[in-house]
Design a protein around this ligand. Structure first.
Ligand code: ADP
Ligand code: MG
Length: 312
């Protein structure tokens, strides 16, 4: 409520209630019947869609709860969101964003309803609150992300888009993993997922085997966690974002070339340097995430133990 009022005072545009679900919609997933769209806060305009803040108000009397609603810009990508929904609805963990339901407007565009995390992603939160967040706090976030990832792996999922922009902040002492748009399930008899379709990949967060062979292991998520931890330890400073660091170090070029040079640099052993003021012992953990061969990387379970040790 407080958030609504605060945003209200800033003069955010309101639109009236409208029902989003046709009455005779048979869907096995839990359906949310009415969504009172309080305001269009484009929480963020993502790559493929958008996330809006809404009020889920089944009684229609504005007593409902705030939810985040994710939808896609264009329909032909809706299978992506459907896949994300089928993943996120199976996940129950303190450090994973909670699924609330889906919403169909006229049956065409599906919307994913999740709990709303008021502080946004670490990418927005850390630079803004830098002066109030000490390194211990950063390590607590790291621990929580590892706990969420350990759970995700135990369910045989590979996230494939672990990055500070996809870690959501509930409050100053709780973060959750979000954005399961690229998440894949690995079969019990397989150790990796092989990507067949070419798409916009977060290449600066990807391990060599992902870039070279398009193979994704649980250990590939560990590599991305290392990059995420790098971002966290640099308070998501834009000047030192992974793409910036790479381009500053290797030099600019155009298009496809960049990817080839990234692969080349990684194969030759190039790694991002220790962020300013990041303790050496934390950087050691980051480097353990960045072993070239997936089988040589640390796993989330061992990382949990390390961070628990740092925090005691
Ligand atoms: P995309 O696939 O477009 O990257 P995300 O799921 O990562 O979509 O969401 C994009 C952004 O929207 C996030 O970086 C975050 O700032 C915001 N966001 C997403 N989900 C929530 C949520 N549940 N609560 C608050 N903000 C959210
Ligand atoms: Mg995202």
């Amino acid at each position: 409520r407080a958030i609504v009022r605060e945003l209200d005072e800033k003069g955010i545009y309101h639109i009236p209630t409208f029902p989003l679900i046709p009455p005779k919609c048979h869907n096995p997933l839990s359906l949310i019947h009415y969504l009172f769209v309080l305001f269009f806060i484009n929480l963020v305009q993502g790559n493929f869609g958008m996330v809006e803040l809404c009020l889920y108000d089944p009684k229609g009397d504005q007593t409902g709860e705030l939810v985040a609603v994710k939808s896609l810009k264009t329909e032909n990508e809706s299978s992506n969101l459907r896949r994300e929904i089928s993943t996120i609805r199976n996940l129950y963990h303190e450090n994973i964003v909670k699924y609330k339901g889906i919403c169909n407007d006229e049956g065409a565009n599906i919307k994913l309803i999740m709990e709303y995390l008021p502080a946004g992603s670490l990418k927005e939160y850390l630079p803004r609150n830098k002066s109030n967040i000490d390194q211990k706090r950063l390590l607590l976030y790291a621990l929580q992300i590892c706990q969420g990832m350990e759970y995700l792996g135990s369910q045989n999922y590979i996230h494939r888009d672990l990055a500070a922009r996809n870690i959501l902040v509930e409050n100053e002492s709780l973060v959750k993993i979000g954005d399961f748009g690229l998440t894949k399930s690995i079969k019990d008899d397989k150790e990796y997922y092989k990507v067949t379709e070419e798409q916009d990949s977060p290449v600066y967060w990807y391990a060599p085997e992902c870039l070279i062979n398009r193979k994704f292991y649980k250990a590939s998520d560990v590599w991305s966690f290392g990059v995420t931890l790098y971002e966290i330890m640099s308070y998501c400073d834009r000047e030192n974002s992974p793409p910036q660091v790479f381009l500053k170090s290797i030099g600019r070029s155009h298009g496809q070339m960049t990817m080839a040079r990234l692969v080349d640099a990684l194969e030759k052993g190039w790694r991002m340097p220790c962020p300013d003021s990041c303790p050496e012992m934390v950087y050691t953990q980051i480097r353990r995430c960045w072993s070239h061969a997936p089988e040589n990387r640390v796993d989330f379970n061992s990382l949990i133990k390390e961070f628990e040790f740092f925090l005691t």
